[in-house]
Design a protein around this ligand. Structure first.
Ligand SMILES: Cc1cc2nc3c(=O)[nH]c(=O)nc-3n(C[C@H](O)[C@H](O)[C@H](O)COP(=O)(O)O)c2cc1C
Length: 344
């Protein structure tokens, strides 16, 4: 079983991840992680912070002479931007964890909530996801993503203008992205119990990315509007290709298991909650009307959210893969995988 924890505050010393359950003998370099960390930093509409950060992963354990050794992999990504860490504030920001977090944890300084609720944490997730992707690559399974919509607009040529306009207007934008897994075999996940269903695991992982408000698999909510004859993917068989479909409305998942088609997950991200033209709010200390705190912020972060989507989907797929084919060492998994493929 692959499991991981993250730690770290947004403007603290570093983001940290510990990944447990990665098999031994997987070739792994820090640069495998850095590629995705760099992609997470990109995207039109990012704030000033991304010009300061140059995310680089330091692998502190679990890898020796370029290969995993089966022990927990500890990863550290130092933060460069730490100057806000000492600043206190109480002007609650709508759309953030501020109010609920301050009440729940009895904090007067809302910084104590902001620092951990910040999406900076997703750098650690992306680093873990990069290890999962590296593992899946050994079995020719690829995880990719793309942005589909920004601010209600699906024509990508319009996105820069929309973001520029939004920035000038002191506003923000959200959007929709898609993660696709190619090459996963039929039979990852299980129909036998609710918490073993891979669709549920994927939905939970993607929904837990900050600012994600809906997750869809395949046709998603469109299924509500169509008859069964236009939703379900008919089954075909050929000697050369085995079982196959001509459509993939199910998004590669039936009964909580992969069915051999590409896994397709889409997620909607809400507009960034920190607006340059701040929303009305209340000061936690005085209980008086105030404008929400405005701190350096993105205008739109759908592109990096798609990279984070890739990471968390890769982690869930890799976990399901290890559950099915064993987890100690890459060579044993390869043998089990080969035997399974020849059976099906
Ligand atoms: C990649 C990424 C970057 C983000 N950047 C910002 C930001 O700069 N400013 C902001 O207010 N929210 C940003 N968010 C969103 C907040 O982290 C999120 O809305 C907030 O923590 C509340 O969580 P919730 O929206 O899931 O309820 C970002 C989210 C992601 C995924």
């Amino acid at each position: 079983m692959l499991r991981y924890l993250t730690a770290g505050e947004s403007h603290g010393k570093a983001e940290i991840a510990i990944l447990e359950g990665c098999p031994a003998n997987l070739p792994l370099k820090e640069s495998d992680l850095d590629k995705d960390l760099a992609r997470r930093q990109q995207g039109y509409g990012r704030g000033a912070r991304m010009k300061i950060e140059k995310d680089k992963a330091e692998i502190l354990s679990g890898v020796r002479k370029g290969k995993t050794i089966g022990s927990p992999i500890a990863i550290q990504i130092p933060n460069r931007s730490t100057q806000f860490f000492a600043k206190t504030f109480s002007r609650l920001r709508p759309g953030h964890a501020d109010l609920a977090g301050a009440l729940k944890y009895n904090q007067k300084d809302v910084r104590n909530i902001l620092e951990r609720a910040s999406a900076r944490e997703t750098a650690a997730k992306v680093a873990v996801g990069a290890v999962a992707k590296r593992l899946l690559a050994e079995f020719k399974i690829k995880v990719e993503s793309r942005v589909l919509v920004i601010g209600g607009e699906s024509r990508s040529g319009q996105w820069k203008n929309l973001i520029d306009y939004s920035r000038k207007d002191g506003d923000t934008l959200g959007g929709l992205f898609e993660v696709v897994v190619k090459g996963a075999p039929a039979g990852l996940g299980s129909h036998v119990h609710w918490d073993r269903r891979l669709d549920g695991q994927l939905a939970a992982a993607v929904m837990a990315i900050p600012a994600i408000k809906s997750v869809e698999i395949g046709l998603g909510k469109e299924v509500a509007n169509l008859p069964g004859s236009r939703v379900h993917d008919e089954i075909f068989y050929s000697k050369a290709d085995g079982f196959y479909r001509n459509t993939n409305n199910a998004g590669g998942l039936e009964g909580g298991m992969t069915n051999g088609e590409a896994v397709v997950v889409r997620a909607a991200m809400k507009p960034i909650a920190t607006l340059k033209k701040p929303l009305q709010s209340v000061d936690l200390a005085t209980k008086k009307v105030t404008k929400a705190l405005v701190e350096r912020s993105d205008v739109c972060a759908v592109e990096p959210a798609a990279v984070i989507g890739e990471a968390v989907v890769a982690i869930e797929i890799a976990n399901a893969f290890l559950e099915k084919f064993g987890g100690d060492v890459v060579e044993d998994i390869q043998k089990a995988y080969k035997a399974y493929l020849s059976r099906i």
